[in-house]
Design a protein around this ligand. Structure first.
Ligand code: BES
Ligand code: ZN
Ligand code: ZN
Length: 461
């Protein structure tokens, strides 16, 4: 038998941590470990979790431990809960254990791995005498997160817009939500000129637009979720510098978070209705690509002067936001996007930028951020920032004159396409969707957003 025994720093665990001789000087500090085999041959793994008790910290500590112990910890693991407080974290512990199975190196040429990036299923079971429902919830979270981490970590040539749309469709079939895919031709008919404009430099892998739907018979609210799905962002003709451009494979983190949240709602059967809108495209260069200074149309009818082709996320989101507001009556509308480097400059990698004119929605998202550990920090939403979007030749331009206040300017641009939705919030997840971790030498997908939004949905349902 394998026993896993997580311990918060300073918890009263004398009765559980025995024989006491093994635990001299053990205080439960983050990362502290004790391992022993008892007289019956059972293996006991004791892990200190420290005293940061938000869900994300617990998940990260457990995930990291199981990732490193993976080779030894095969088969069933029984979790021993130390103290009353720990019983509130069963779902997070479960999630951390399953996430420990996530393997980033699936494209390495190893015989024991399937070459298919996407199909790797986590094969792990663990039990606890209590809280089966919380264990299952943790497992669902881990599965949804691993799915979207695989999408985020997949290289650009493994996830063209067509492939990403196919993954979303398959995820919908497996998890119980509907997916409609509009190909480039259908987008043309719909009039999604901004999305098509961004995709013009990518003739072989044209843009797509996905609508995801989950509904519940007892739902009282309908929430719209919009996610940026740029499968690779070169910057277009306003080409990005080469350094770190490889990370731009993660520019679909918003799309992944939306799909992952809807997957969770479907699996947990949350009593809400959800409409997801995901515009998907590459941002590449060829002779057809839009050029700086071009004026393009949009689904809303507004014309846009494209000052910088690298500010492409706001263009494709513009079409998705006005499409969703025209076709569905939503009580709340939230978009998620790896939208600006400026959000990272302002907040680093520990919190997403939140911009919303609605105080109560902003407050709810802020508190979900604190309780899940997937934090958000509100930035100004005032119309003082709107002037920066005025164009001399079109209805508006996609880039302000100077490189300051970029995350706010981007949000103000999006707001122009929400048809003045009274409960709209924008989350710039550029810093939180892809970050350094224990699991590789480079940045990788974090799965950010699912726990935040599921917590929010559970509170407002
Ligand atoms: N995808 C990027 C934003 C980004 C930067 C995400 C770093 C993750 C990490 C976005 O499309 C972009 O290029 N934004 C530009 C906007 C600028 C041209 C106004 C940026 O932030 O530099
Ligand atoms: Zn860009
Ligand atoms: Zn981008």
């Amino acid at each position: 038998m394998n026993f896993f025994i997580p311990v918060f720093e300073g918890a009263d665990t004398a009765s559980v941590l025995s024989p006491s001789a093994y635990f001299e000087n053990f205080s439960g500090k983050a990362g502290e470990q004790v391992f022993y085999i008892d007289a019956d041959g059972n293996r006991h793994y004791v892990l200190g979790l420290g005293n940061k008790k938000d869900g994300t910290s617990v998940i990260r500590a457990v995930r990291s431990f199981f990732y490193k112990q993976k080779a030894r910890l095969k088969g069933k693991v029984t979790v021993k809960l130390t103290g009353e407080e720990m019983t509130g974290y069963v779902s997070e512990i479960s999630q951390g254990i399953y996430l420990g199975q996530y393997e980033i190196g699936v494209l390495k040429n190893r015989n024991d791995r399937k070459p298919d990036w996407y199909d790797e299923a986590p094969g792990f079971a663990f039990g606890s005498p209590v809280a089966e429902a919380a264990i299952l919830k943790g497992r669902y979270f881990a599965e949804a997160q691993m799915r979207i981490m695989k999408w985020g970590d997949a290289p650009g040539n493994y996830k063209t817009p067509q492939i990403l749309a196919q993954w979303i469709t398959e995820a919908g079939k497996q998890s119980g939500y509907e997916v409609e895919v509009y190909d480039a031709k259908a987008c043309e008919t719909l009039g999604m000129h901004a999305l098509l404009g961004v995709g013009r430099g990518s003739r072989e892998n044209p843009p797509l637009f996905c609508i995801l739907k989950y509904s519940h018979p007892e739902a009282r609210k309908t929430i719209g979720l919009v996610g940026k799905g740029v499968t690779f962002d070169t910057g277009g003709v306003s080409l990005k510098p080469g350094d770190n451009m490889n990370y731009m494979k993660s520019d679909m983190g918003g799309a992944a978070a939306v799909a992952g949240t809807i997957e969770m709602a479907a699996k947990l059967k949350l009593p809400v209705n959800l409409i997801g809108a995901i515009p998907i495209t590459e941002n590449c260069i060829d002779s057809y690509a839009i050029k700086p200074g071009d004026v393009i149309g949009s689904y809303s009818g507004k014309t846009i002067e494209v000052i910088n082709t690298d500010a492409e996320g706001r263009l494709i989101l513009a079409d998705a936001l006005s499409y969703i507001t025209d076709h569905f009556k939503t009580d709340v509308l939230i978009d998620l996007a790896t939208l600006t480097g400026n959000a990272i400059m302002a907040l680093g990698y520990k919190a997403a930028a939140l911009i919303s004119p609605n105080d109560s929605l902003a407050g709810d998202l802020f508190s979900s951020g604190l309780s899940t550990g997937e934090k958000v920090w509100r930035m100004p939403h005032w119309d003082d920032y709107k002037d920066a979007l005025k164009s001399d030749i079109a209805d508006l331009k996609n880039l302000a004159g100077s490189p300051i206040g970029g995350a706010i300017n981007a949000a103000k641009f999006l707001e122009e396409f929400t048809r003045e939705h009274p409960a709209w919030a924008h989350l710039d997840i550029a810093g939180t969707a892809f970050a350094d971790s224990d699991f590789g030498s480079m940045k990788s997908a974090t799965g950010y957003g699912i726990r935040l939004l599921v917590d929010y949905l559970q509170k407002v349902q």
